[in-house]
Design a protein around this ligand. Structure first.
Ligand code: DAH
Length: 340
C-alpha cells in the first residue's frame, strides 16, 4: 500500500508536467482525488493493513493527498496565468487609434441670448430675479396699474386657469414681487428673464415666448439713465456702432412710456426689407415706472423714481443670429440647433 501511494504520487506529478487546459486539469483532479478517484480507491484497502502499520500508512496517505492537492493548485494557477497571458496577446489595443468622438450638445439660441444679456446686465450691477409662470391677476395686471376692465388688458390675450389665476402674459409681475421682497430698500436693480404666455400663434408669435424684464429704483432715476443703460446693452449685444431711438408709446405701468428701436442690424440703418426701409428695429418697451406701481410695490413715489423695460428674447435672438422664422426655435431640429 505504501508503494501504491508513492506510485500514484509520482505518476500524478509526472502527468502534471504535460500541458493542460483548466477543464482537462479539473477532470484529472477528479480522477485522482475525487470521491471515486484512484487515491480514494487505494484507501479503501486500509482495512487490510495491519494494526501497527495503519497509523503510519494513514499519515502517509494524508501527506500524499495534501501534496497532490498542492500540486494541482499550483498547476491550476499556472494555467490561469497562461490563459490570461494568451488572451492579452490576442486582444492587442492600438493606443494610437483616434478615439470615438462624443456628440456634443449645444446651447439653445434662446438660452444663449438670455445668458449673454444676463452677462451684460450683471456687468452693469443688476441682479437676476425670478418669478412664477403661473401668476395671480393681482401681480400680472392689477398691481401694474391695469385694473379689471382696463382696455389695455386686451393687448395681452391670456390663458386663464381660474378667473384670478393665469399664465403670466409678461415678466412685469416680477417687478412687483422684487419690490415687495426688497422691502422698500434702494437701490433696486434687477433683470428677470423667463417664459411668458399669450394666445398668439403665427410666424412671428408663439403662445410661449421669452422676455427679459428690467427694473431700477433709486433716488433721482431719470429717463436719461434708462437711455444710457439700454444704449450700453444694445452696443454690447449688437456691436459698438449701434444707435438707439426712443419713440413715445403707452403702457399702463409706465409714464412716460417709450418703445426702443435699435439701428437695423442687417443694413446698418440704410433701409432694407428687414427694417421695412425705416433703418430701425423695435426691440423693447420701457418707461418711467408709474407712481401707482411703485406704491403697490411698497415704495414712495415722492422719495424714489424708477425706470423699467421689457424685451422679447426671441426677437433679439432672431436679429442677432439672422433667423427669419420664430418657429424654428421650438421645432427641435438638430440641423438648426447644432449651428449655435
Ligand atoms: N410688459 C410689456 C409687454 O409685455 C413690456 C414692457 C413695457 C415692460 C414697458 C416694461 C415696460 O417693464 O416698462 O408688452
Amino acid at each position: 500500500m505504501r508503494q501504491q501511494l508513492e506510485e500514484i504520487k509520482e505518476k500524478t506529478k509526472k502527468v502534471l508536467e504535460e500541458n493542460f487546459n483548466s477543464e482537462e486539469l479539473n477532470d484529472l483532479k477528479v480522477k485522482i482525488l475525487g470521491k471515486k478517484g484512484e487515491l480514494t480507491t487505494i484507501l479503501k484497502e486500509m482495512g487490510k493493513v495491519s494494526a501497527e502499520e495503519r497509523p503510519v500508512i494513514g499519515q502517509l496517505a494524508n501527506q500524499v493527498r495534501d501534496e497532490l492537492q498542492q500540486v494541482f493548485a499550483e498547476k491550476q494557477q499556472e494555467i490561469k496565468n497562461k490563459e490570461l497571458e494568451n488572451k492579452l496577446k490576442e486582444e492587442t489595443i492600438d493606443v494610437t487609434l483616434p478615439g470615438r468622438e462624443m456628440k456634443k450638445g449645444s446651447i439653445h439660441p434662446i438660452t444663449k441670448t438670455i445668458m449673454e444679456a444676463e452677462d451684460i446686465f450683471i456687468g452693469l450691477g443688476f441682479e437676476i430675479a425670478e418669478g412664477p409662470e403661473i401668476e395671480t391677476d393681482f401681480y400680472n395686471f392689477e398691481a401694474l396699474n391695469l385694473p379689471k376692465d382696463h382696455p389695455a388688458r386686451d393687448m395681452q390675450d391670456s390663458f386663464y386657469i381660474t378667473p384670478e389665476v393665469l399664465l403670466r402674459t409678461h415678466t412685469s409681475p416680477v417687478q412687483i414681487r422684487s419690490m415687495i421682497e426688497k422691502k422698500s430698500e434702494i437701490p433696486l436693480k434687477i433683470i428677470c428673464p423667463g417664459k411668458v404666455y399669450r394666445r398668439d400663434d403665427d410666424a412671428t408669435h408663439s403662445p410661449m415666448f421669452h422676455q427679459i424684464e428690467g427694473l431700477v429704483i433709486d433716488k433721482n432715476i431719470r429717463m436719461s439713465d434708462l437711455k444710457g443703460v439700454l444704449l450700453t446693452f444694445a452696443r454690447e449685444m449688437f456691436g459698438t456702432e449701434q444707435k438707439i431711438r426712443l419713440r413715445p408709446s403707452f403702457f399702463p405701468f409706465t409714464e412716460p412710456s417709450a418703445e426702443v428701436d435699435i439701428s437695423c442690424v442687417m443694413c446698418g440703418g440704410k433701409g432694407c426689407r428687414v427694417c421695412k426701409q425705416t433703418g430701425w428695429l423695435e426691440i423693447l418697451g420701457s418707461g418711467m415706472v408709474h407712481p401707482n406701481v411703485l406704491r403697490y410695490g411698497g415704495y414712495d413715489p415722492e422719495e424714489v423714481s424708477a425706470f423699467a423695460f421689457g424685451m422679447g428674447v426671441e426677437r433679439i435672438a432672431m436679429l442677432k443670429y439672422g433667423i427669419n422664422d420664430l418657429r424654428l426655435f421650438y421645432e427641435n431640429d438638430v440641423r438648426f440647433l447644432s449651428q449655435f
